[in-house]
Design a protein around this ligand. Sequence first.
Ligand SMILES: [Zn+2]
Length: 135
Amino acid sequence: MHNCSTVIIHCMDFRLIEKTNEWIKQNNLTDDTDVISIAGASKALAGGDKEIQNFLLDQINVSYLLHNARKVILMHHSNCGAYGISDEEEEFAKQLEDMETAEEIIKNSFDEIEVKKVFIQMKDHEGKEVEFINL
Ligand SMILES: [Zn+2]
């Protein structure tokens, strides 16, 4: 069994799957990372619907119990269809707010867990050029 593994909660957006997998490799997370793909990443967790919240916490819990996951990476990106906010600054502010809410919910739900926030800045609409920013 792994000492300590990671859960990534990221947006399901197909444009970023390849770059995200590359990032996972570059960060040496290939061997022990569970990935939860969901539109808007933290959006559903922060959204206030208890059923959806519990469903997602349950998914994290599977990783927590079975793979000893003690780190959650919340991964968001610009130009996210789940948010549908055209103004870039406004979009980032809203996503950051949701990430912070999700972080709090996760930390309140698990005894010892670290939460990291990553934002993928898309340089074009296809996701050919992107930048991963640690928040
Ligand atoms: Zn998205």
